[in-house]
Write a protein that binds this ligand. Structure first.
Ligand SMILES: [Zn+2]
Length: 401
């Protein structure tokens, strides 16, 4: 009897261990599967072309797509690269990015930017990690510490895309998994030396203001992160990160607002400004990319045979009305979209809409050397908040007084 009780106790213990482990694995697989099905839908859009895929160590496809309006001239467009999912245990940047892409290809007002802009998107840089809810890839490597060595397939895949497309702007999306000594919702600008490019900072400030992110300006010799490696090569390259204690819906709205703001800003910029932003911008290989930028077929023209005169009159009237509407819309389409994007479950704290700069030493990764910048209020880190443990409770906002 005792033996039977002990055996059943052991069985219950094992079952509880299995049940405790199952939800996280299922949730991770769920997020990865959902991202794949979202991407499959997005890839059906006429505004999307699928680039040749790479292969992860576990044999999963490394996906990349091009998003643009293929019927507008391709050579003069700004090129923006967006990466997410380098760390497989950070699902929210992937969800935020796919939500942004869905909006962009489905909403008329949003996709106007695609006339002036080409997006090169790698939605899940580390698919093996994402499928297993694990930070590293299948070989145990942290992809976002591999940008100097390029030892991983995942980093080499993205590196090849950068060398083919020479994006004017590179955005890398992450989220904090623990409490941090810096404001968690942030856009990091990196330069090898203190100071850095004014233009790079200007774009970060604009994105920060729209999405309620604090701009962290960093310099140092730690360049094995994606945005730092490409910043050190002269690209306008940014890390966007959200705080660990934010609800997922708010995080997604922040990524959407930040991405739209960056794309909108770079689309508006003159071609002169674009070439300043990225020294590699005129070196990209038009032969490689041309195949992905030309329309598959000419737009269909539906001819009206029944009542040609009336049809012609109606078309002329329609043209006048549409032209007027287009002119009206031209004025503030992006502002309207931005407001809607922000309202969708996220209202940024007005105080955070004027982000301040933090000059930080990154060689020690501790962000301890903090100085005011641009005449902004002095920001000091309370010592007890530096490197505080796991994220369990609501983080006190680290705002300047
Ligand atoms: Zn990360």
């Amino acid at each position: 009897m005792n033996t039977r009780v002990a055996a059943s106790n052991r069985l219950v213990a094992w079952l509880s261990v299995i049940l405790a482990c199952a939800p996280s694995a299922t949730a991770a697989a769920g997020i990865y599967d959902r991202a794949l099905s979202d991407m499959a839908q997005i890839e059906q859009s006429p505004y999307v072309r699928v680039l040749p895929a790479g292969r992860s160590p576990d044999g999963r496809p490394l996906r990349a797509i091009v998003v643009t309006d293929f019927f507008s001239p391709s050579q003069s467009k700004a090129r923006v690269m967006i990466c997410a999912g380098q760390h497989g245990d950070e699902p929210n940047p992937i969800v935020g990015l796919t939500s942004f892409l869905r909006d962009l290809v489905n909403r008329k007002d949003a996709r106007k930017v695609l006339k002036d802009c080409v997006l090169i998107v790698v939605p899940i840089v580390n698919p093996d990690g994402a499928a297993a809810n694990r930070r590293t890839n299948a070989a145990g490597a942290d992809v976002n510490r591999d940008w100097m060595k390029l030892a991983t397939e995942e980093a080499r895949f993205v590196d090849t895309l950068v060398s083919q497309w020479h994006p004017h702007v590179i955005l890398d999306l992450h989220e904090w998994r623990q409490r941090t000594s810096v404001p968690g919702d942030e856009i990091e600008v990196f330069s090898p030396r203190a100071g850095g490019s004014q233009l790079q900072r200007a774009l970060a400030l604009r994105v920060g203001r729209t999405a309620g992110l604090t701009m962290l300006q960093c310099h140092g010799d730690r360049q094995d992160l994606l945005h730092r490696r490409f910043s050190s090569e002269g690209y306008a390259s940014y890390l966007i990160e959200t705080a660990c204690d934010r609800p997922p819906q708010e995080k997604h709205a922040i990524y959407r607002a930040a991405l739209y703001s960056a794309v909108e800003a770079i689309s508006e910029a003159s071609s002169g400004t674009r070439s300043i932003l990225s020294p590699g911008s005129d070196r990209y290989d038009p032969v490689v990319v041309a195949g992905f930028l030309t329309p598959k077929s000419a737009p269909r023209i539906v001819a009206s045979k029944g009542m040609p005169v009336l049809a012609a009159a109606m078309s002329a009237l329609g043209f006048v009305v549409l032209a007027r509407m287009a002119r009206k819309r031209e004025r503030k389409p992006c502002v309207r979209y931005r407001i809607r994007a922000l309202r969708r479950g996220y209202d940024p704290d007005p105080a955070r809409l004027s982000p301040f700069s933090v000059q930080a030493q990154t060689t020690t990764e501790s962000y301890q050397s903090v100085e005011p910048d641009d005449g902004a209020a002095v920001f000091r880190l309370p010592p007890e908040r530096i490197n505080t443990g796991p994220c369990r409770q609501k983080q006190t906002r680290l705002m300047s007084p």
